[in-house]
Design a protein around this ligand. Structure first.
Ligand code: FAD
Length: 431
């Protein structure tokens, strides 16, 4: 305790974005000893999306070091040794408890201080806790959240006892975490019920026609969907959850509960230090170069609220594509400022469940959906048309080339022909 160190560049947070930032620093020839990454997790950066997918497989599950960044982005697998070889100081199990931007200093829980010349904030987000909504019984044992390896290990460790009691699992939330974990629990032989307030899965992204396909897929696998439902409270015995009580009064048996109802950006350290976005979407406000209100402090990944140049809005994106690209862009803005313009992100989402996988590019805001393809063959999609232009595109079961074509559509926003639906994928492939 009381130790003082100083680095030219410090990345705070050892999540997905930090790994890609490290890659960019190395690519640009940063001398050894200049970069430090600080995280409270016990592992160097890994591809977080694996936790709700291959990590939960009953057989051949993904485990570290198999999915360190940047394997998901087509780069080297950056093991702890990789950081060492590249002269990067990676401090794991180190929680930063105080930031003093004026004096360019971070303080750790152990009482050490770390000085920087340039700071990149990559503190990510944390799951919204049902206790924050005052849900009674939210602190019972057997209720899980999923953000990091430790969470995933706790969840998996609870499977045998839950199965011994009857194996009833409740998943709270119908977004992509809820959908992916439901698949994982179902594959592990648990009897899954998904409880969500909307009238369909992934309501913000899926049209009713898209949602219907995935919903019937789950039903075929024996998963129960409780749409239009909210958990009012949990009941338990000996401190262990036994039931989820819905607002309707219905009581569901619950031997294990997984909550996936959204995330909150980790901004608390920087209150009064840099400008935060008070209104939705929250987060740390940055400009097109990912720079905060302090010229030596940048923010990337889930925590950054940035100008979405293409659509003239300000957004926060809790997705790996954005965390990879903001990481690279911020490092470029620091190391090569005169060559680096404004960040120009194209929204991109994907998910995988069972033998399915979808991708989505662009926007569906105020747009008319145009369905194409054939659900029975597990290959179908939807274009989103606004003011005569195709502004977004969704595809299930696409090949790499087809997904790349879809991306082009969202980038170029071509005029929508009258026979768009019958042209289907051919329309994207022609661009
Ligand atoms: P994070 O990866 O959250 O990293 C933040 C890091 O900062 C963490 O290590 C945290 O412990 C650390 N930290 C925070 N505060 C402090 C502090 N004070 N001191 C020290 N360390 C601190 N996105 C997709 O696009 N597709 C998917 O399929 C997908 N699946 C996902 C599945 C799961 C289960 C989860 C949780 C997320 C998924 N995401 C997915 C989202 C994606 O993982 C995030 O967008 C990405 O991880 C964001 O990276 P980040 O570096 O900004 O934040």
């Amino acid at each position: 305790a009381g130790q003082q160190e100083s680095f030219k560049y410090v990345v705070l947070g050892g999540g997905n974005a930090s790994g890609y930032a490290a890659r960019e620093f190395v690519k640009r020839g940063t001398p050894k000893g200049e970069l430090a990454i600080i995280t409270d997790e016990p592992y160097v950066a890994y591809e977080r999306p694996a936790l709700s997918k291959a990590y939960l497989n009953p057989e051949g599950a993904a485990r570290l070091p198999g999915f360190h960044t940047t394997v998901g982005g087509g780069g080297d697998k950056q093991s702890p040794e990789w950081y060492g070889e590249n002269g990067i100081t990676y401090k794991t199990k180190t929680k930063v408890t105080e930031a003093d931007v004026k004096n360019k200093t971070l303080k750790t829980a152990d009482g050490d201080s770390i000085k920087y010349e340039k700071l990149i904030i990559a503190t990510g987000a944390r799951p919204v806790d049902l206790g924050d909504f005052g849900t009674k019984g939210a602190d019972l044992k057997g209720i899980f959240y999923l953000r990091n390896v430790e969470d995933a290990d706790k969840l998996i460790a609870a499977f045998p006892a839950a199965k011994a009691k009857g194996g009833k699992a409740i998943v709270v939330g119908g977004g992509y975490i809820g959908m992916e974990v439901s698949c994982g629990l179902n594959k592990n032989g648990l009897d899954v019920t998904v409880v969500f307030p909307e009238d369909r899965l992934m309501e913000r992204l899926f049209t009713p026609e898209i949602a219907e396909f995935y919903e019937s897929y789950y039903l075929d696998k024996g998963v129960t969907l409780k749409r239009g439902s909210t958990v009012a409270s949990f009941e338990g015995e000996d401190g262990q959850v036994t039931h989820a009580v819905l607002k309707s009064g219905e009581k569901l048996e619950a031997d294990l509960v997984l909550v996936g109802v959204g995330a909150r950006p980790n901004i608390e350290l920087f209150k009064g230090q840099v400008e935060l976005l008070q209104d939705k979407p929250g987060g740390i406000k940055v400009d097109g170069r990912l720079r905060t209100s302090d010229p030596d402090v940048y923010a990337i990944g889930d925590v950054a609220a940035f100008p979405l140049k293409r659509y003239g809005s300000v957004t926060r994106q809790e997705h790996v594509a954005n965390c990879r690209q903001t990481a690279a862009h911020a490092v470029a803005a620091i190391l090569a400022p005169s060559e680096t313009g404004d960040y120009n992100y194209l929204p991109f989402f994907y998910s995988r469940i069972y033998d399915l996988g979808w991708q989505y590019y662009g926007t569906s805001n105020d747009a008319e959906p145009v369905f194409f393809g054939d659900k029975a063959s597990k290959k179908f999609g939807t274009y989103f048309v606004s003011e005569g232009k195709v502004v977004g595109a969704f595809l299930e079961g696409g090949s790499n080339d087809e997904n790349a074509a879809l991306k082009k559509v969202a980038e170029q926003q071509p005029d929508a022909p009258a026979d768009l639906a019958s042209q289907g994928l051919a329309f994207a492939s022609k661009l």
